[in-house]
Design a protein around this ligand. Structure first.
Ligand code: ADP
Ligand code: MG
Ligand code: MG
Length: 909
């Protein structure tokens, strides 16, 4: 019986200018596999190989090892044969052996995945054959040593036992180096390498109880399964959760013929970028090492050399290397191997054009022949993302819409963070310099271990080098500093991806993990000491350095202007002060979507009047207290209206439960009693009277204005008077008065009447008028359900999705912290619905509310003012719902503007 399952292709071949797959098949082949196929198709020299699909990973998780191996065995055997034919060598053969690498590769590049195993297929007999075939015994044993080490580490779990320990294999190597009085791996003799292989194998046997597998096929299946398992490893799961990648994506496995960068002085390996991943400059750059393999360049054990001469000169200046030393010991590839450099340069140009995006590539030179091992769209900082998009637009590589779609809105956040104050920098004490691996300004306390990054609110992770295990801590730390490794080291690449400040390869640092001490130039710094990093210059600075706010300028301003050309949905801001309003306006806010008036009552001189109002027993007493508040409120509104001159400003009437305003401490209660000439008892009674079991569902929102109409009256008066006062000065104010927490039309009508009556009275007093709107928040499910009725009177709706989420889910926002993290961990919720709008549920209320509202009033203005207004996927939803605007905090305005433009562009497609 033949089922569908059995006929589907599970293994895709590539190499020799052909391929079964292509770059469009990332979901099935993983990013690495799809691009290897594509490169093969367009004539770039890639070693032949094959990709086991991501679907097989999912099948493996369901069916287990034996079934899956049985299922794909025939295809894998055929594909190995294909490699053998192209390479003219045989897998497992003693005289003419083929070796392969086994590489993981998910849809998107994931630093948490399994490390690669190189030189697979070697054993005690094959190594002798390899030595004979290549006439290079040293190379053969170096490869074998590397293989046993990598396989032991990633497949057999030979990891350090505790974090202060070093790697068990490194320990054996260090021991031998000490004994032999040498420093570098390249100084090992052939006999040393042989000894290492046997010592490694002994260590494996001791730790795991099993012999190291000598059969190449056993080795191959072991590695394939290890790749599948790594998809569910801690690191990968953490990374997946961080980015919201679902578990059922799975990873592909790539098996590929080895090419050898460790064959001698005419061989080597490197990584390169078609543009600068830190700044975005259009400069080809990268690093390489002679006589090296795989991750040697990124591991940071040897100092990598620069690919271009320009890059090499720049590096030498930073690393304080004299020109003579540079030319003899660290020449660029351009200088050392001009013809290989020329070929590499052609490929990088070709690949960038082909993908029309910045590429991050890996290559290896085997005995003078160049091979490309990987290409992918390079990770980059927020600044580089913006610059590359604008540059490529100007170069005609991409069009305007594509340039906008290249922006990951949340990554703009990096450009909105503070930078070091140039004045403070002048006075700073620079204690050392490393490479400017990822730009930014970071100040924090030293920690030496990734799992201790959370120890301080602001920490700087200081490491000799980082590894994928450190991912979580790197994410928490404010900045990353390493003593080893270049611009393409693990720390540098990951930091740029996270948009985190990083200084790498600061050779002057001596790091003592055991005693938790950082030594520089005779000075000692301990855990908890403050240091600062300048990721743009590589400077390491003692202590704290002051920062200033960034500006929207250059390419950043260009991309934002471009977004206005395509965005149809506007972006407003949530701002309670003229200062916030100005910041948002500079970032391009087109109005205020939410001003919370209660924030104005908490200031010292005001809270007193507010409390007097709350404590008053009579309407008369309340009105007197409110009279004191009126001029203060009016002044606030004047400031905000003026800052937003000509743009609409939505002012929400008093919203929180009164209980939040009264004093809860005895001393303050006493003061209040004295001042109001009432007894302490009276104050205490009032406070307990106001206490509620469920304040979020209690006496708040329009319920306050209904029970105390004089509050609404005062606020309406302050708003209208402020607008009229500005009008007298020639400043246009456009207030939109918003009534909170409406659930019924009658509630709205009662408040609207007070507002309109007050406005008319003020108009008469001033003998002048202004335009204003009266609308409501839709934040109670009942309001969404009866939106058609409410729209009979309301002139605008603004979805308050914080409360709407709270009430739709029945999650108290103040208590959800106790269970939401567990919900997310268990997969009951994918994301926190207070961060990302729940389109499936709460979204229905938003949609229905909008549709019903507009069925009554076709032109009804609709917006959103919850936290979701600045979250890209929620912004897209708002666009689809047909909202007129989203409103978000000032620093998210640029993010929402881009998201709004992207939503419009995507809907055209
Ligand atoms: P990662 O996803 O961590 O980058 P890779 O699979 O790309 O892992 O491999 C790690 C290193 O091994 C890279 O430097 C890569 O170029 C090198 N490598 C992988 N396969 C081969 C091969 N067949 N021949 C030579 N080097 C290889
Ligand atoms: Mg790796
Ligand atoms: Mg790679």
């Amino acid at each position: 019986m033949e089922t569908l399952q059995e006929v589907k292709t599970r293994v895709y071949k590539f190499g020799n200018k052909t391929a079964d797959g292509n770059s469009q098949m990332k979901n099935l082949l993983g990013g690495k596999g799809a691009n290897l196929a594509e490169m093969s198709l367009i004539g770039i020299p890639v070693p032949p190989g094959f990709t086991i699909t991501t679907e097989v990973c999912t099948e493996y998780n369901l069916l287990g090892k034996d079934t899956v191996v049985e299922m794909i065995k025939p295809e894998v055997e055929k594909s190995i044969e294909n490699i053998e034919n192209i390479m003219g060598a045989k897998f497992g053969d003693k005289d003419n052996p083929l070796l392969v690498s086994v590489r993981s590769g998910a849809r998107v590049s994931m630093p948490g995945m399994m490390d690669t195993v190189l030189n697979l297929g070697l054993n005690d007999e094959v190594v002798i054959g390899l030595a004979k075939k290549t006439n290079n015994e040293r190379f053969a044993w170096d490869s074998y040593r590397r293989f046993v080490q990598m396989y032991g580490d990633v497949v057999l779990g030979m990891k350090p036992e505790s974090k202060e320990d070093i790697d068990p294999f490194e320990e054996i190597m260090e021991h031998l180096k000490d004994k032999r009085g040498i420093e570098l791996d390249t100084e090992f003799t052939i006999q040393d390498l042989k000894d290492l292989v046997y010592d490694f194998k002994d260590a494996v046997k001791k730790r795991t109880g099993h012999d190291f597998p000598s059969n190449p096929w056993d080795q191959l299946w072991g590695a394939v399964v290890a790749v599948f398992n790594s998809w569910n490893g801690d690191r990968a799961v953490y990374y997946r959760n961080m980015h919201g990648y679902p578990a059922d994506w799975g990873t592909a496995v790539n098996v590929q013929a080895m090419v050898y960068g460790n064959m001698g002085e005419n061989s080597g390996t490197g990584v390169c970028f078609t543009r600068d991943a830190g700044t975005g400059e259009n400069i080809f750059n990268g690093e390489y090492l002679i006589n090296a393999q795989g991750e040697d360049v990124v591991a940071g054990t040897r100092t990598p050399q620069q690919i271009t001469k320009t890059g090499s000169l720049r590096w030498a200046e930073l690393a304080k290397v004299e020109e003579e030393d540079r030319v003899t010991n660290y020449p660029s590839l351009e200088e050392l191997m001009p013809s290989i450099y020329k070929e590499l340069n052609e490929y990088q140009e070709k690949l960038e054009k082909h993908y029309s995006d910045m590429q991050d590539m890996e290559f290896t030179m085997q005995d003078g022949k160049l091979w490309i091992l990987q290409t992918r769209n390079g990770k980059r900082t927020g600044a580089a993302m913006v610059k590359i998009a604008i540059d490529m637009l100007k170069e005609g590589l991409i069009d305007e819409k594509e340039a906008l779609l290249r922006i990951e809105p949340n990554k703009l956040d990096e450009l909105l963070h503070p930078i070091f104050d140039p004045k403070a920098l002048k006075a700073a004490n620079v204690i050392a310099q490393g490479l400017p691996a990822s730009p930014g300004a970071a100040t924090g306390k030293i920690v030496f271990f990734a799992d201790e990054a959370a120890k301080y609110k602001n920490s700087i992770l200081v490491r000799i080098e980082t590894s994928p295990e450190d991912l979580e801590g790197m994410n928490i730390a404010k900045g990353i500093l390493t003593a080893r490794g270049g611009m393409t080291s693990h720390a540098a690449v990951v930091a740029r991806g996270m948009g985190k400040c990083c200084v790498s390869g600061a050779g002057a640092l001596k790091i003592d993990y055991k005693n938790r001490i950082l030594k520089v130039d005779g000075h000692e710094y301990h855990e908890g000491d403050w240091i600062s990093l300048n990721g743009s210059t590589g400077n390491i600075i003692e202590g704290k350095v002051a920062t200033i706010e960034p500006e929207l300028s250059g390419e950043f301003a260009e991309i934002m202007n471009l977004s206005d050309k395509y965005a149809t949905m506007q972006v407003r801001t949530n701002a309670d002060t003229p200062k916030d309003a100005k910041v948002a306006r500079n970032f391009g806010a087109q109005g205020i979507g939410l001003t919370r008036t209660e924030h104005m009552f908490f200031e010292v001189d005001r809270i007193k009047a507010m409390r007097e109002m709350i404590l008053a027993d009579t309407v008369k007493g309340r009105k007197e207290a409110l009279k004191e508040l009126l001029p203060m409120q009016r002044e606030d509104f004047e400031g905000i209206f003026e800052a937003m001159e000509g743009l609409p400003v939505t002012v929400r009437l008093l919203d929180p439960p009164l209980h939040e305003f009264v004093p809860h401490q005895l001393a303050t209660q006493k003061d209040l009693a004295d001042e109001m000439h009432i007894s302490l008892e009276a104050v205490k009674n009032k406070v307990s009277e106001l206490e509620e079991f469920n304040p979020m569902l209690g006496h708040r929102g329009c319920r306050l204005g209904i029970t105390y109409p004089e509050i609404t009256e005062m606020q309406a008066r302050a708003i209208i008077e402020a607008a009229l006062n500005l009008k007298a000065k020639g400043i246009v104010a456009k207030p939109e008065i918003m009534i909170p927490l409406i659930g019924t039309l009658a509630e709205f009508e009662s408040q609207e009447k007070i507002i309109r009556d007050t406005a008319n009275t003020v108009f008469e007093e001033y003998n002048d008028t202004i335009e204003y709107l009266v609308g409501t928040m839709i934040e109670i499910p009942r309001a969404a359900l009866t939106a058609d009725l409410i729209a009979q009177k309301a002139e605008f709706f603004s979805f308050g999705t914080n409360d709407l989420t709270q009430m739709a889910f029945g999650y108290s926002r103040d208590d959800a912290g106790k269970f939401l993290p567990i919900y997310i961990e268990k997969g009951i919720l994918k994301v926190d619905p207070f961060e990302v709008l729940d389109q499936e549920g709460v979204g229905q209320l938003v949609k229905m509310g909008t549709e019903k509202g507009r069925s009554t009033k076709k032109e009804l203005k609709v917006g959103i003012c919850g936290e979701h207004g600045g979250e890209p996927s929620s912004v897209e939803f708002c666009y689809k719902t047909g909202m007129n605007y989203v409103s978000c905090s000032p620093f998210r305005v640029p993010i929402a503007r881009i998201a709004s433009a992207q939503a419009a562009i995507k809907s055209e497609k």
